[in-house]
Ligand binder design. Structure first.
Ligand code: NAD
Ligand code: UDP
Ligand code: UDP
Length: 312
């Protein structure tokens, strides 16, 4: 049994991770400031004797004795990370320093939830980990993209300088139950709009692409990465290699829900990446043949079921 700290544990991904770690018999400390997360995501875990909930902000130092740290604390939806961009940057950078300082002191293994956003609006397609990316340092997405890039730098430097055992996961667009209905990301927006019979808001002409991963596949990838050989630090892409346009996504959601919602085209936000698809061969080679198992239709079906209950 390990004691495992999950920062951002009350968020969408964090709540699934906390549950999985408890199921595997570990003790879990879930740390969150509830900016975008919610107690409702982890309410079923509160009675578990090995689950501990801590209201704390990662930009402040935190002291505990733990074996592993999953550093997930950071708003992930463009709407939320752009709400207070300076705070987003502080969360990524100061949060990383504090968690790395903690990992160094207690000799814990630490995993960073990095992102495909480090590739920016990519010129190389699909994206391999060796690609350095195409990121605007002064645009509306920069607080998130550059914050996450800086966090990767800190992780690698704590590893080189202080021998901290690190793992960096570059997570591609992930969706599933526990996304907030007002999260603002495309999958939850389209599903909520379809279920309410409201117009589906496609930004731009809808030909931009993303590769959508169901949350269970991601959690399996993160657990395998944490358990991987100490010499394997990443960065490693964790994503589903199936790529879709936003028009295809809207059509699939309309078809599964049977909704009669109209499609409304709206302006494309500045610096919105035109394409995104992970090359996942590094994960396959180093994480026991990991690759995403759940196709878009199956994942959407589960997620729509969740939102259907939530909106009742
Ligand atoms: P989320 O917004 O649901 O979860 C983030 C959690 O972090 C929330 O519970 C929030 O309250 C908490 N948080 C934010 N700032 C904090 C702070 N200063 N101190 C403590 N807690 C704080 O988003 P998510 O989709 O679950 O994302 C989790 C992590 O995965 C993030 O780091 C995100 O960047 C990364 N990621 C997610 C995706 C995705 O598609 N979901 C893709 C790439 C990377
Ligand atoms: N830190 C923390 N918990 C710990 C140890 C450190 O939050 O258990 C924070 C502390 O605020 C410190 C930061 O992590 O500023 C970086 O720690 P490190 O030891 O690398 O640097 P230093 O303490 O020398 O600034
Ligand atoms: N998007 C959209 N309608 C929405 C929300 C998002 O068309 O209601 C588009 C957005 O412009 C982007 C894609 O969907 O091209 C994915 O957006 P999301 O915010 O989910 O993730 P990210 O851009 O960070 O990959």
């Amino acid at each position: 049994m390990k004691r495992i700290l999950v920062t951002g544990g009350a968020g969408f991904i964090g709540s699934h991770l906390c549950k999985r770690l408890l199921c595997e018999g570990h003790e879990v400390i879930c740390l969150d400031n509830y900016f975008t997360g919610s107690k409702s995501n982890i309410i079923q875990l509160l009675d578990h004797p090995y689950f501990e909930l801590v209201r704390h902000d990662v930009t402040e130092p935190y002291y505990a004795e733990v074996d592993e740290i999953y550093n997930l604390a950071c708003p992930a939806s463009p709407v939320h990370y752009q709400y207070n961009p300076i705070k987003t940057m502080k969360t990524s950078v100061i949060g990383a320093i504090n968690m790395l300082g903690l990992a160094k002191r207690v000799k814990a293994k630490i995993l960073q939830a990095s992102t495909s956003e480090v590739y920016g609006d990519p010129i190389v397609h699909p994206q391999t980990e060796s690609y350095w990316g195409n990121v605007n340092p002064i645009g509306p997405r920069s607080c998130y993209d550059e914050g996450k890039r800086c966090a990767e730098t800190l992780f690698v430097d704590y590893h080189r300088q202080n021998h901290v055992a690190i793992k960096i996961a570059r997570i591609f667009n992930t969706y599933g139950p526990h996304m907030h209905p007002q999260d603002g990301r495309v999958v939850s927006n389209f599903i909520v709009q379809a279920l309410k019979g409201e117009a589906i808001t496609i930004f731009g002409d809808g030909t931009q692409t993303r590769s959508f991963q169901y949350v269970d596949d991601l959690i399996e990838g993160l657990i395998r990465l944490m358990a991987s050989d100490v010499s394997f630090t990443g960065p490693v892409n964790i994503g589903n290699a199936q790529e879709f346009t936003m028009i295809e996504l809207a059509e699939t959601i309309l078809s599964i829900t049977g909704s009669t919602s109209q499609i409304r085209f709206m302006p494309l936000p500045q610096d919105d990446p035109k394409q995104r698809q992970p090359d996942v061969s590094l994960a396959y080679a180093n994480l026991n043949n990991w690759k995403a198992q759940i196709d878009l239709e199956t994942g959407l079906y589960n997620t729509i079921g969740y939102f259907n209950e939530l909106l009742k």
